[in-house]
Design a protein around this ligand. Structure first.
Ligand SMILES: [Zn+2]
Length: 293
């Protein structure tokens, strides 16, 4: 099935679709030889915010860009949430995932050797997470959630490796998202619960130390992992902004300039930062020593 026909099929299911850069002659169609997310970043300026189920719009996009990969905006508006399992990085995370229980559902095989588990949901609280899943305690390396404000690359998009994304069983039914997959209710931090802090410039000493660590980690991110790393760092830092450890403007600015310095696309980076902030600010964190027992 052609990319256009597949895009139309997804839209028919109510999934909101938008075009991504494709792969031509072994390289990302954006033309940058060092593209950090080849075949995965939006072709349209507003990215997933332009995602639509309108068949005419999809036809005009794929008529213009025949080899555009397919992005599906995840979240309540499309009615889906996706557990994105990057193998082999996620091998240590499979135990905790299986322990929590999974229902058989529509499963995508990514061109990069990963797995997309697609579940039906109308939960508008489920956002994006990197290296963890709401409802499971602790870190889950290689495992991400794509919900509201996120997207996946869908079959039959072409991966930089030359392989195509495929559905394991294209007619598989969509299971309802597992019960345990729930964003923790936002527990607002009461002012009386935490010791007062003094900001030195853009944050507390604790906040600034974490900020430095995160920026170092982002600057050292491997090609292909950069956007993940940006998403993860922005999420962690947004939690600290919400907890009063850092100033939002300073965090956003330093994340963006670091992202640009490692070759990430500006529009895409802003989007990543926005969506990670959206999710991160819903679960504030403060320095451990500020928590009163
Ligand atoms: Zn590119």
């Amino acid at each position: 099935m052609s990319l256009l026909d597949s895009a139309l099929g997804y839209a028919h299911r109510g999934w909101r679709v938008f075009p991504l850069h494709g792969i031509a002659n072994g390289a990302c169609t954006c033309g940058r030889s060092d593209c950090g997310s080849a075949g995965k970043h939006p072709l349209v300026r507003r990215g997933l915010y332009e995602a639509t189920t309108d068949p005419d719009k999809l036809r005009s996009w794929w008529r213009r860009w025949r080899s555009a990969n397919i992005g599906i905006a995840t979240g309540a508006e499309s009615g889906i949430v996706v557990i994105d399992i990057d193998l082999p990085a996620a091998l240590p995370s499979l135990g905790p995932l299986l322990e929590h229980g999974l229902t058989r559902t529509l499963t995508g095989l990514t061109g990069g050797g990963g797995i997309h588990l697609v579940f039906g949901t109308s939960d508008s609280e489920l956002g994006n997470s990197a290296g963890r899943l709401p409802g499971i305690e602790g870190e889950l390396p290689g495992m991400d959630l794509r919900g509201n404000g996120g997207y996946i690359v869908a079959p039959p998009s072409v991966h930089i490796s030359g392989r195509t994304y495929e559905w394991l069983y294209p007619n598989a039914r969509l299971a309802v998202a597992p019960e345990w997959l729930k964003q923790q209710a936002w527990a607002p931090i009461e002012l009386g619960d935490v010791a007062a802090v003094e900001l030195v410039g853009d944050g507390t000493p604790y906040g600034l130390a974490v900020l430095r660590d995160e920026l170092d980690r982002l600057a050292a991110a491997q090609v292909g992992a950069r956007n993940h790393e940006l998403n993860r760092s922005a999420f962690v830092l947004a939690q600290l902004v919400a907890g009063g450890e850092l100033l939002e403007a300073a965090v956003r600015q330093s994340l963006l300039s670091t992202a640009l310095s490692i070759g990430l696309d500006e529009a895409e980076s802003r989007q990543t930062i926005d969506s990670a902030f959206d999710a991160g600010t819903r679960s504030p964190r403060v320095a451990p020593h500020r928590m009163r027992r």
